[in-house]
Write a protein that binds this ligand. Structure first.
Ligand SMILES: Cc1cc2nc3c(=O)[nH]c(=O)nc-3n(C[C@H](O)[C@H](O)[C@H](O)COP(=O)(O)OP(=O)(O)OC[C@H]3O[C@@H](n4cnc5c(N)ncnc54)[C@H](O)[C@@H]3O)c2cc1C
Length: 399
């Protein structure tokens, strides 16, 4: 295939698409535009660094299929490119009888998705693995792990360039024009215009806006930014957790709840919460964008979400405003943890699609419009699954 493929966004997904196109079609020319001065400055480097293996997702969904396939591809990629990762396993904790039933459902989901080695731990084994964790029941997910996603992106970017792909940083795409006769797409940036045969948009937090400016139509899904804030365990408290310790998530939401994560280069993170953000790329609670706020607050889907989930919304907001509210979420898993052992960490902002009926879109969502392919929803486990999502896009849409 001697085609020129344009990609917008050098997050992990845009890079993975470029890499997979080159793998499948070595003669295709890749041109990738990124508005920042390097790869992965947003979601892909502001996440938990976890390799999710497919426990949570509705069997048969794209997420279930691509997470299971994705973790294997990611581990293989890391092995071949000497990127730090570790399949350290995770323990999911039920704190009461109600959560225990949810945990049993999760275990069935995981088995249906093909996960291997799932098993409930007895109290002696839990104590051996995670002595400070309190549980009514606990499920071991041995395939789960941790990884250095920024190193994955650096490696993808240099492999793409080695094969002749062109990466343009500091190049914000304002819009595109489609040539009527040829169907080719003219990508417009302040520096240059470039003509491509096919365009793939992986714009994360700006996916809906780019859909609008590229297709001229309103996006079927709206991105609402949900900030996820972390605390770090002080070095002297790191012994409180050995691996990955997660609560049973509320099945109504795609967020996994405040959890403990061992980072691949050392340190222990606690979080993230899920707070409505006033800026799409606002990493602190103080950052505000009038455009983003008005955009969110005038969207009926968000208003429906908030009014249907007042308790959730208020609980997450209070965990952002008050350290003790955050601590309470952490204490549910490890009661011995104290306020003094936590120190403010980083934050990320999730690009979460919300439908007009107020439901959070759970599955990955990818649409095609003419010669444009738009990724409209790629929340967690989008980093784990990135190579599999990219493979899916190439197989389905790029011939
Ligand atoms: C707090 C948090 C925790 C998470 N934890 C995990 C985890 O542990 N494991 C996991 O698998 N997933 C996790 N995720 C999800 C994962 O990070 C995302 O699914 C993934 O990073 C999405 O990648 P992306 O390339 O689509 O988006 P991004 O990384 O956001 O990339 C989009 C890129 O598009 C660029 N862009 C946007 N508009 C334009 C434009 N007009 N012109 C040019 N460039 C543009 C942006 O600058 C950006 O670089 C988490 C996410 C968050 C926020």
């Amino acid at each position: 295939m001697k085609k020129r493929i344009g990609i917008i966004g050098a997050g992990i997904l845009g890079l993975a698409v470029a890499y997979k196109v080159q793998e499948q079609y070595p003669s295709a020319q890749i041109v990738l535009f990124e508005k920042e001065n390097g790869p992965g400055k947003h979601q892909s480097s502001h996440n938990s660094g976890v390799l999710h293996c497919g426990l949570y997702y509705q069997p048969g969904s794209l997420k279930a299929r691509l997470a299971v396939e994705g973790i294997r591809s990611m581990v293989d990629f890391c092995g071949r490119n000497r990127i730090s990762y570790e399949l350290c396993g995770k323990v999911v904790i039920a704190s009461d009888e109600r959560e225990k039933r949810f945990l049993e459902n999760l275990a069935s989901r995981g088995s249906a998705n093909g996960l291997k080695g799932l098993r409930f731990l007895d109290s002696a084994e839990l104590k051996h693995r995670e002595p400070f964790v309190k549980a009514c029941a606990s499920l071991l997910v041995p395939e789960e792990g941790i990884v250095d996603y920024p190193a994955v992106m650096d490696s993808l970017a240099s492999l793409i360039q080695q094969k002749g792909g062109l990466l343009f940083y500091n190049s914000m795409v304002k819009g595109v024009k489609e040539e009527h006769l040829s169907g080719r797409v003219v990508i417009e940036t302040p520096q240059k215009d470039m003509v491509v045969d096919l365009l793939v948009c992986c714009a994360g937090l700006h996916a809906d806006r780019l859909y609008r400016s590229c297709t001229g139509e309103f996006s079927p899904l709206k991105i609402i930014p949900f900030r996820g804030e972390y605390q770090m365990l002080k070095p002297e408290a790191e012994g409180l957790v050995n691996h990955l310790v997660y609560p049973v998530p509320d099945p109504a939401f795609p967020f996994l709840g405040v959890h403990f994560t061992r980072l691949v280069h050392g340190g222990r993170e606690v979080g993230p919460n899920a707070v409505l953000a006033f800026k799409r790329e606002g990493y602190s609670g103080l950052e505000f964008s009038l455009r983003d706020t008005v955009d969110s607050l005038t969207y009926p889907g968000l208003l429906r979400f908030v009014s249907n989930n007042l308790k959730f919304t208020a609980g997450e907001l209070s965990s952002s405003l008050f350290k003790n509210a955050f601590l309470a979420k952490a204490k549910k898993l490890i009661p011995d943890i104290t306020r003094k052992q936590l120190v403010k960490g980083t934050a990320g902002v999730r690009a979460q699609s919300v439908a007009s009926d107020g439901k959070l879109v759970m599955d990955f969502n990818i649409v095609r419009q003419g010669n444009q392919i738009h990724v409209l929803n790629a929340p967690s486990p989008g980093a784990t699954a990135s190579l599999a999502i990219a493979g899916y896009i190439v197989e389905q849409y790029i011939h």
